[in-house]
Design a protein around this ligand. Structure first.
Ligand code: IP8
Length: 250
């Protein structure tokens, strides 16, 4: 089984509020059609969820945020999710929409529910979940990042591979020359911070990828604008991107 995160910067135009990159999403759907292994999809918030989270000053910390913000962030994620689901359907995939409230209780995953997601994926349906604003308890809410969901799912389901589709070729050792890091064997690269992203952007991704690799699984960062790279990585052909080699494979 494969876990795939479609980053917010690949499925939306982060420069423009509430704009989905529909052509890119369609291309990603077409590539997913070529994968003959159970997959689970997680997607990010991009210029939908993050746009509103910034406006309402909402973060990953559990707090009493503006309720209007909670409602609007959730609504925007449903809107983006619907665009993804429609693209999957149009491209003859069978998505199964799973908001994170279906398998999260507060900030903890419900193991029994997560295991059910695997069964759904093995049936041929494609579970699709996403980062969201979530109820924590005691009138507090928080933003759950799709990257964090990847770690929760990986920990319980132990997929063969976790893949993050980005708007970049992978991680660069030098931002100016865009020199790609092909492989990391446990070491954690340093990343510059991005203020636009309430869940931590690339820093969060690297943190979660490192955690997943430490649990033993391989994690790939690939360019989602070149979806054939996703298919190649999954089919164990030549990979182009950054591989966080899982501890069990080092
Ligand atoms: O883009 C966060 O998900 P991410 C979603 O995966 C929201 O960090 C609601 C901002």
């Amino acid at each position: 089984m494969i876990l795939i995160k479609l980053g917010g910067s690949i499925i939306t135009n982060k420069e423009k509020p509430l704009s989905a990159r529909r052509k890119t999403i369609d291309n990603l759907s077409k590539s997913l059609k070529k994968i003959d292994e159970p997959v689970i999809i997680v997607h990010g918030g991009g210029s939908y969820g993050h746009y509103w989270s910034v406006k309402y000053d909402m973060h990953t910390k559990e707090r009493k945020y503006d309720l209007r913000g909670v409602a609007i962030v959730k609504n925007s994620m449903i809107e983006l999710n619907k665009i993804i689901l429609d693209s999957f359907l149009k491209n003859r995939l069978n998505p199964y929409c799973l908001p994170p409230t279906d398998f999260m209780s507060g900030n903890k995953p419900i193991a029994k529910k997560v295991k059910e997601i695997q069964k759904i994926a093995k049936s041929g349906l494609i579970p699709v979940t996403f980062g969201d604003a979530l109820w924590y308890g005691q009138n507090k809410t928080f933003i759950l990042s799709g990257d964090k969901i990847m770690t929760h799912l990986a920990k319980i389901l132990k997929p063969r591979l976790c893949l993050f589709a980005l708007n970049e070729d992978g991680l660069y050792s030098d931002l100016k020359s865009k020199k790609l890091i092909y492989e990391l064997k446990g070491e954690k690269p340093s990343i510059s911070k991005n203020k636009m992203d309430v869940t931590g952007g690339m820093t969060r991704k690297v943190d979660e990828a490192t955690k997943i690799a430490k649990m033993g699984m391989n994690v790939f960062f690939v360019n989602g604008n070149k979806p054939e790279r996703i298919v190649k990585a999954i089919k164990n052909k030549k990979y182009e991107g950054t591989l966080f080699r899982g501890k069990r494979n080092v």
